[in-house]
Design a protein around this ligand. Sequence first.
Ligand SMILES: NC(=O)c1ccc[n+]([C@@H]2O[C@H](COP(=O)([O-])OP(=O)(O)OC[C@H]3O[C@@H](n4cnc5c(N)ncnc54)[C@H](O)[C@@H]3O)[C@@H](O)[C@H]2O)c1
Length: 336
Amino acid sequence: MRESVLGAKGLACRPHTNVTKMKTLVTGGAGFIGSNLARQLLADGHAVTILDNFQSGHRINLDAVPQARFVEGDIRDKALVDALAEGVDAIFHLAASVGNKRSIDMPIDDAQTNILGTLNILEAARVHRVPKVVFSSSAGIFGELKTLPIQEDHPVEPDSPYGASKLGAEKAGLAYAKLYGIRFVALRYFNVYGPHQRLDPYGNVIPIFVFRMLRGEPITIFGDGEQTRDFISVQDVVQANYRSALAPDVWGAFNIGSGTRISINALVEKLKRITGVDARVTYGPPRAGDVRDSLADVSAARQAFGFDPAQTMDENLTRYVDWARQEVARVEQMTV
Ligand SMILES: NC(=O)c1ccc[n+]([C@@H]2O[C@H](COP(=O)([O-])OP(=O)(O)OC[C@H]3O[C@@H](n4cnc5c(N)ncnc54)[C@H](O)[C@@H]3O)[C@@H](O)[C@H]2O)c1
Protein backbone atom coordinates (compact mmCIF):
# COMPACT_ATOMS: atom_id res chain seq x y z
CA MET A 1 0.00 0.00 0.00
CA ARG A 2 1.61 3.26 -1.11
CA GLU A 3 -0.66 5.51 0.92
CA SER A 4 -2.75 4.64 3.91
CA VAL A 5 -6.41 5.48 4.08
CA LEU A 6 -6.15 5.67 7.85
CA GLY A 7 -4.88 9.21 7.54
CA ALA A 8 -7.90 10.30 5.51
CA LYS A 9 -10.11 12.93 7.08
CA GLY A 10 -13.88 12.62 7.34
CA LEU A 11 -14.19 8.92 6.54
CA ALA A 12 -17.67 8.98 5.10
CA CYS A 13 -17.75 5.88 2.94
CA ARG A 14 -18.98 2.44 3.90
CA PRO A 15 -16.32 -0.13 4.85
CA HIS A 16 -15.29 -2.18 1.84
CA THR A 17 -16.04 -5.60 3.26
CA ASN A 18 -18.38 -7.07 0.66
CA VAL A 19 -15.58 -8.12 -1.64
CA THR A 20 -16.68 -11.66 -2.42
CA LYS A 21 -19.95 -10.67 -4.14
CA MET A 22 -19.73 -7.05 -5.12
CA LYS A 23 -22.35 -4.89 -6.74
CA THR A 24 -20.33 -3.02 -9.35
CA LEU A 25 -20.77 -0.19 -11.81
CA VAL A 26 -18.51 -0.35 -14.88
CA THR A 27 -18.46 2.86 -16.91
CA GLY A 28 -17.20 2.38 -20.45
CA GLY A 29 -18.15 -1.31 -20.28
CA ALA A 30 -18.99 -1.46 -24.00
CA GLY A 31 -15.38 -0.58 -24.74
CA PHE A 32 -12.31 -2.73 -25.16
CA ILE A 33 -10.98 -2.93 -21.60
CA GLY A 34 -14.36 -2.43 -19.89
CA SER A 35 -15.99 -5.38 -21.66
CA ASN A 36 -13.05 -7.65 -20.77
CA LEU A 37 -13.31 -6.51 -17.14
CA ALA A 38 -17.09 -6.95 -17.02
CA ARG A 39 -16.75 -10.51 -18.32
CA GLN A 40 -14.28 -11.38 -15.56
CA LEU A 41 -16.43 -9.78 -12.83
CA LEU A 42 -19.52 -11.68 -13.99
CA ALA A 43 -17.59 -14.95 -14.24
CA ASP A 44 -16.64 -14.52 -10.59
CA GLY A 45 -20.23 -13.93 -9.51
CA HIS A 46 -20.26 -10.15 -9.06
CA ALA A 47 -23.23 -8.07 -10.22
CA VAL A 48 -22.37 -5.67 -13.04
CA THR A 49 -24.15 -2.59 -14.34
CA ILE A 50 -22.57 -1.08 -17.44
CA LEU A 51 -22.94 2.60 -18.35
CA ASP A 52 -21.80 3.55 -21.85
CA ASN A 53 -22.83 5.98 -24.58
CA PHE A 54 -21.09 4.12 -27.45
CA GLN A 55 -18.86 7.08 -28.23
CA SER A 56 -16.08 4.60 -29.00
CA GLY A 57 -17.65 1.41 -27.59
CA HIS A 58 -19.46 -1.31 -29.55
CA ARG A 59 -22.76 -3.11 -29.01
CA ILE A 60 -21.12 -6.36 -30.09
CA ASN A 61 -18.80 -6.17 -27.04
CA LEU A 62 -21.92 -6.49 -24.88
CA ASP A 63 -22.73 -9.87 -26.45
CA ALA A 64 -19.95 -11.35 -24.33
CA VAL A 65 -21.59 -10.06 -21.12
CA PRO A 66 -25.31 -10.92 -21.47
CA GLN A 67 -25.79 -11.14 -17.68
CA ALA A 68 -24.79 -7.51 -17.18
CA ARG A 69 -27.41 -4.81 -16.80
CA PHE A 70 -26.76 -2.30 -19.55
CA VAL A 71 -27.67 1.38 -19.32
CA GLU A 72 -27.11 3.48 -22.43
CA GLY A 73 -26.16 6.92 -21.20
CA ASP A 74 -23.48 9.49 -20.60
CA ILE A 75 -21.19 9.99 -17.60
CA ARG A 76 -21.76 13.74 -18.11
CA ASP A 77 -25.40 13.13 -17.04
CA LYS A 78 -25.02 13.84 -13.30
CA ALA A 79 -28.51 12.63 -12.29
CA LEU A 80 -28.07 9.34 -14.14
CA VAL A 81 -24.64 8.68 -12.63
CA ASP A 82 -26.02 9.50 -9.18
CA ALA A 83 -28.92 7.05 -9.58
CA LEU A 84 -26.61 4.24 -10.75
CA ALA A 85 -24.18 4.63 -7.84
CA GLU A 86 -26.75 3.83 -5.16
CA GLY A 87 -25.84 0.70 -3.18
CA VAL A 88 -22.76 0.01 -5.28
CA ASP A 89 -19.67 -1.57 -3.64
CA ALA A 90 -17.16 -0.61 -6.33
CA ILE A 91 -17.15 1.67 -9.35
CA PHE A 92 -14.76 0.81 -12.17
CA HIS A 93 -14.54 4.08 -14.06
CA LEU A 94 -13.24 3.45 -17.59
CA ALA A 95 -15.49 5.67 -19.72
CA ALA A 96 -13.41 8.37 -21.36
CA SER A 97 -12.57 10.30 -24.42
CA VAL A 98 -9.54 8.13 -25.25
CA GLY A 99 -6.22 9.04 -26.81
CA ASN A 100 -3.83 11.88 -27.59
CA LYS A 101 -4.98 12.42 -31.15
CA ARG A 102 -8.68 12.59 -30.32
CA SER A 103 -7.94 15.12 -27.58
CA ILE A 104 -5.89 17.30 -29.92
CA ASP A 105 -8.78 17.22 -32.43
CA MET A 106 -11.52 17.65 -29.76
CA PRO A 107 -10.01 19.17 -26.58
CA ILE A 108 -13.31 20.47 -25.16
CA ASP A 109 -15.06 17.13 -25.56
CA ASP A 110 -12.03 15.46 -23.96
CA ALA A 111 -12.12 17.73 -20.91
CA GLN A 112 -15.90 17.54 -20.50
CA THR A 113 -15.85 13.75 -20.50
CA ASN A 114 -12.59 13.08 -18.70
CA ILE A 115 -12.67 15.82 -16.06
CA LEU A 116 -16.32 16.76 -15.53
CA GLY A 117 -17.54 13.22 -16.19
CA THR A 118 -15.11 11.91 -13.58
CA LEU A 119 -16.27 14.55 -11.09
CA ASN A 120 -19.82 13.24 -11.56
CA ILE A 121 -18.53 9.77 -10.66
CA LEU A 122 -16.70 11.10 -7.60
CA GLU A 123 -19.69 13.11 -6.42
CA ALA A 124 -21.97 10.08 -6.78
CA ALA A 125 -19.42 7.96 -4.89
CA ARG A 126 -19.32 10.57 -2.12
CA VAL A 127 -23.11 10.90 -1.82
CA HIS A 128 -23.71 7.14 -1.85
CA ARG A 129 -20.64 6.35 0.27
CA VAL A 130 -19.21 3.97 -2.33
CA PRO A 131 -16.17 2.37 -0.68
CA LYS A 132 -14.02 1.87 -3.78
CA VAL A 133 -13.49 3.69 -7.06
CA VAL A 134 -10.96 2.25 -9.53
CA PHE A 135 -10.14 4.82 -12.20
CA SER A 136 -8.50 4.10 -15.55
CA SER A 137 -5.72 6.67 -15.76
CA SER A 138 -2.95 6.69 -18.35
CA ALA A 139 0.81 6.84 -18.71
CA GLY A 140 -0.03 9.86 -20.88
CA ILE A 141 0.06 11.96 -17.69
CA PHE A 142 3.88 11.77 -17.62
CA GLY A 143 4.82 13.27 -20.99
CA GLU A 144 8.40 12.84 -22.16
CA LEU A 145 10.46 10.58 -19.93
CA LYS A 146 13.15 11.93 -17.67
CA THR A 147 14.06 8.55 -16.17
CA LEU A 148 13.46 4.94 -17.13
CA PRO A 149 11.64 2.91 -15.86
CA ILE A 150 8.89 5.30 -14.80
CA GLN A 151 8.04 5.29 -11.13
CA GLU A 152 4.87 6.82 -9.70
CA ASP A 153 6.64 10.00 -8.59
CA HIS A 154 8.12 10.74 -12.04
CA PRO A 155 7.38 14.39 -13.06
CA VAL A 156 3.99 14.82 -14.71
CA GLU A 157 4.19 17.04 -17.79
CA PRO A 158 1.59 15.75 -20.27
CA ASP A 159 2.11 16.39 -23.99
CA SER A 160 -1.58 16.35 -24.92
CA PRO A 161 -4.98 17.51 -23.61
CA TYR A 162 -5.73 13.81 -22.98
CA GLY A 163 -2.73 13.44 -20.64
CA ALA A 164 -3.73 16.66 -18.90
CA SER A 165 -7.38 15.63 -18.46
CA LYS A 166 -6.41 12.20 -17.12
CA LEU A 167 -4.03 13.88 -14.67
CA GLY A 168 -6.74 16.32 -13.56
CA ALA A 169 -9.22 13.50 -13.03
CA GLU A 170 -6.66 11.47 -11.11
CA LYS A 171 -5.79 14.40 -8.82
CA ALA A 172 -9.49 15.09 -8.18
CA GLY A 173 -9.99 11.45 -7.21
CA LEU A 174 -7.03 11.49 -4.84
CA ALA A 175 -8.40 14.66 -3.24
CA TYR A 176 -11.76 12.91 -2.72
CA ALA A 177 -9.87 10.04 -1.12
CA LYS A 178 -8.30 12.43 1.40
CA LEU A 179 -11.48 14.41 2.00
CA TYR A 180 -14.07 11.63 2.15
CA GLY A 181 -12.20 8.38 2.65
CA ILE A 182 -13.17 6.91 -0.72
CA ARG A 183 -10.54 4.31 -1.59
CA PHE A 184 -9.73 5.85 -4.94
CA VAL A 185 -7.26 3.89 -7.06
CA ALA A 186 -5.82 5.42 -10.23
CA LEU A 187 -4.33 2.79 -12.52
CA ARG A 188 -1.99 4.41 -15.03
CA TYR A 189 -2.09 2.01 -17.95
CA PHE A 190 0.71 1.95 -20.46
CA ASN A 191 -0.17 0.58 -23.97
CA VAL A 192 -2.93 -2.01 -23.61
CA TYR A 193 -3.75 -4.65 -26.24
CA GLY A 194 -5.86 -7.78 -26.54
CA PRO A 195 -9.12 -9.33 -27.75
CA HIS A 196 -12.04 -6.93 -28.38
CA GLN A 197 -9.67 -4.10 -29.30
CA ARG A 198 -11.13 -2.96 -32.59
CA LEU A 199 -9.80 -0.78 -35.32
CA ASP A 200 -10.39 2.87 -34.43
CA PRO A 201 -9.01 5.95 -36.19
CA TYR A 202 -7.79 7.10 -32.78
CA GLY A 203 -6.74 3.60 -31.73
CA ASN A 204 -3.50 2.04 -30.62
CA VAL A 205 -0.72 0.83 -32.83
CA ILE A 206 -1.20 -2.94 -32.37
CA PRO A 207 -4.78 -3.09 -33.74
CA ILE A 208 -3.88 -0.73 -36.58
CA PHE A 209 -0.90 -2.87 -37.63
CA VAL A 210 -2.66 -6.21 -37.17
CA PHE A 211 -5.85 -5.26 -39.01
CA ARG A 212 -3.90 -3.72 -41.89
CA MET A 213 -1.62 -6.77 -42.14
CA LEU A 214 -4.57 -9.18 -42.15
CA ARG A 215 -6.20 -7.15 -44.94
CA GLY A 216 -3.00 -7.20 -46.99
CA GLU A 217 -2.49 -3.44 -46.61
CA PRO A 218 0.84 -1.62 -46.08
CA ILE A 219 1.63 -0.10 -42.67
CA THR A 220 3.15 3.24 -41.71
CA ILE A 221 5.51 3.76 -38.79
CA PHE A 222 5.63 7.34 -37.51
CA GLY A 223 9.25 8.31 -36.78
CA ASP A 224 12.24 5.97 -37.17
CA GLY A 225 10.57 3.04 -35.42
CA GLU A 226 13.20 2.90 -32.69
CA GLN A 227 10.82 4.52 -30.18
CA THR A 228 9.90 2.04 -27.45
CA ARG A 229 6.63 1.17 -25.72
CA ASP A 230 5.58 -0.91 -22.72
CA PHE A 231 2.73 -3.05 -24.07
CA ILE A 232 0.51 -4.72 -21.50
CA SER A 233 -2.12 -7.36 -22.20
CA VAL A 234 -5.73 -6.65 -21.35
CA GLN A 235 -5.80 -9.73 -19.10
CA ASP A 236 -3.16 -8.08 -16.92
CA VAL A 237 -5.09 -4.79 -16.86
CA VAL A 238 -8.22 -6.67 -15.79
CA GLN A 239 -6.12 -8.32 -13.07
CA ALA A 240 -4.94 -4.89 -11.85
CA ASN A 241 -8.52 -3.57 -11.67
CA TYR A 242 -9.68 -6.68 -9.92
CA ARG A 243 -6.92 -7.02 -7.37
CA SER A 244 -6.87 -3.33 -6.47
CA ALA A 245 -10.65 -3.42 -5.95
CA LEU A 246 -10.47 -6.46 -3.72
CA ALA A 247 -7.69 -5.04 -1.54
CA PRO A 248 -9.92 -3.14 0.90
CA ASP A 249 -7.57 -0.43 2.17
CA VAL A 250 -5.52 0.23 -0.96
CA TRP A 251 -5.77 3.66 -2.54
CA GLY A 252 -3.42 5.91 -4.50
CA ALA A 253 -1.93 5.99 -7.99
CA PHE A 254 -0.15 3.02 -9.55
CA ASN A 255 1.70 2.38 -12.80
CA ILE A 256 0.28 -0.57 -14.72
CA GLY A 257 2.51 -1.91 -17.48
CA SER A 258 4.31 -5.14 -18.29
CA GLY A 259 7.61 -3.78 -16.95
CA THR A 260 9.21 -4.57 -20.34
CA ARG A 261 9.52 -2.52 -23.54
CA ILE A 262 9.94 -3.16 -27.24
CA SER A 263 10.69 -0.89 -30.20
CA ILE A 264 8.02 -0.37 -32.85
CA ASN A 265 10.35 -1.87 -35.46
CA ALA A 266 10.77 -5.03 -33.34
CA LEU A 267 7.00 -5.17 -32.76
CA VAL A 268 6.39 -5.09 -36.52
CA GLU A 269 8.81 -8.00 -37.04
CA LYS A 270 7.00 -9.99 -34.33
CA LEU A 271 3.62 -9.26 -35.91
CA LYS A 272 4.86 -10.23 -39.38
CA ARG A 273 5.95 -13.59 -37.95
CA ILE A 274 2.72 -14.18 -36.02
CA THR A 275 0.36 -13.13 -38.85
CA GLY A 276 2.49 -14.75 -41.54
CA VAL A 277 2.13 -11.53 -43.56
CA ASP A 278 5.23 -9.76 -44.91
CA ALA A 279 3.60 -6.31 -44.91
CA ARG A 280 5.14 -3.39 -46.79
CA VAL A 281 6.37 -0.83 -44.24
CA THR A 282 6.72 2.92 -44.90
CA TYR A 283 7.99 5.58 -42.49
CA GLY A 284 6.27 8.93 -41.85
CA PRO A 285 7.11 11.97 -39.70
CA PRO A 286 6.82 11.54 -35.89
CA ARG A 287 3.34 12.39 -34.54
CA ALA A 288 2.69 15.35 -32.24
CA GLY A 289 1.93 14.30 -28.68
CA ASP A 290 3.79 10.96 -28.92
CA VAL A 291 6.63 10.28 -26.48
CA ARG A 292 9.94 8.67 -27.46
CA ASP A 293 10.21 5.92 -24.86
CA SER A 294 7.98 4.28 -22.31
CA LEU A 295 8.53 1.69 -19.59
CA ALA A 296 6.64 1.16 -16.34
CA ASP A 297 8.08 0.35 -12.96
CA VAL A 298 5.28 -1.78 -11.50
CA SER A 299 6.82 -2.57 -8.12
CA ALA A 300 4.36 -0.32 -6.22
CA ALA A 301 1.32 -2.17 -7.62
CA ARG A 302 3.05 -5.48 -7.03
CA GLN A 303 3.62 -4.59 -3.40
CA ALA A 304 0.22 -2.98 -2.75
CA PHE A 305 -2.13 -5.54 -4.30
CA GLY A 306 -0.02 -8.36 -5.74
CA PHE A 307 -0.09 -7.14 -9.36
CA ASP A 308 1.83 -9.73 -11.35
CA PRO A 309 1.89 -9.17 -15.13
CA ALA A 310 2.48 -12.29 -17.22
CA GLN A 311 5.57 -11.96 -19.44
CA THR A 312 4.02 -13.72 -22.40
CA MET A 313 3.84 -11.16 -25.20
CA ASP A 314 4.15 -13.71 -28.03
CA GLU A 315 1.27 -15.80 -26.66
CA ASN A 316 -0.89 -12.73 -26.04
CA LEU A 317 -0.21 -11.34 -29.50
CA THR A 318 -1.03 -14.72 -31.05
CA ARG A 319 -4.34 -14.75 -29.14
CA TYR A 320 -5.03 -11.21 -30.34
CA VAL A 321 -4.21 -12.03 -33.97
CA ASP A 322 -6.56 -15.08 -33.79
CA TRP A 323 -9.35 -12.84 -32.50
CA ALA A 324 -8.61 -10.16 -35.13
CA ARG A 325 -8.75 -12.76 -37.94
CA GLN A 326 -12.29 -13.67 -36.86
CA GLU A 327 -13.19 -10.00 -36.61
CA VAL A 328 -11.89 -9.24 -40.12
CA ALA A 329 -13.89 -12.21 -41.47
CA ARG A 330 -17.04 -11.05 -39.61
CA VAL A 331 -16.79 -7.51 -40.97
CA GLU A 332 -16.09 -8.80 -44.50
CA GLN A 333 -19.17 -11.04 -44.30
CA MET A 334 -21.31 -8.06 -43.27
CA THR A 335 -20.18 -6.09 -46.29
CA VAL A 336 -20.82 -8.92 -48.84
N1 LIG B 1 -6.25 1.13 -24.42
C1 LIG B 1 -5.17 1.69 -23.86
O1 LIG B 1 -4.02 1.44 -24.28
C2 LIG B 1 -5.31 2.65 -22.68
C3 LIG B 1 -4.13 3.20 -22.14
C4 LIG B 1 -4.23 4.08 -21.08
C5 LIG B 1 -5.47 4.35 -20.53
N2 LIG B 1 -6.59 3.81 -21.06
C6 LIG B 1 -7.88 4.15 -20.45
O2 LIG B 1 -8.62 2.96 -20.24
C7 LIG B 1 -10.02 3.24 -20.36
C8 LIG B 1 -10.65 2.28 -21.33
O3 LIG B 1 -10.02 2.44 -22.59
P1 LIG B 1 -10.29 1.48 -23.83
O4 LIG B 1 -8.99 1.26 -24.49
O5 LIG B 1 -11.12 0.31 -23.41
O6 LIG B 1 -11.09 2.46 -24.78
P2 LIG B 1 -12.56 2.32 -25.42
O7 LIG B 1 -12.70 3.50 -26.31
O8 LIG B 1 -12.74 0.97 -26.03
O9 LIG B 1 -13.49 2.44 -24.15
C9 LIG B 1 -13.98 3.66 -23.65
C10 LIG B 1 -15.48 3.49 -23.46
O10 LIG B 1 -16.01 4.66 -22.85
C11 LIG B 1 -17.24 4.98 -23.50
N3 LIG B 1 -17.51 6.39 -23.33
C12 LIG B 1 -16.78 7.43 -23.84
N4 LIG B 1 -17.31 8.60 -23.45
C13 LIG B 1 -18.38 8.30 -22.67
C14 LIG B 1 -19.33 9.07 -21.97
N5 LIG B 1 -19.29 10.41 -22.01
N6 LIG B 1 -20.31 8.45 -21.26
C15 LIG B 1 -20.36 7.08 -21.23
N7 LIG B 1 -19.49 6.29 -21.88
C16 LIG B 1 -18.50 6.90 -22.58
C17 LIG B 1 -16.99 4.59 -24.94
O11 LIG B 1 -18.19 4.45 -25.69
C18 LIG B 1 -16.22 3.30 -24.79
O12 LIG B 1 -17.07 2.18 -24.71
C19 LIG B 1 -10.11 4.72 -20.77
O13 LIG B 1 -10.37 5.48 -19.63
C20 LIG B 1 -8.74 5.02 -21.33
O14 LIG B 1 -8.43 6.39 -21.22
C21 LIG B 1 -6.54 2.96 -22.13
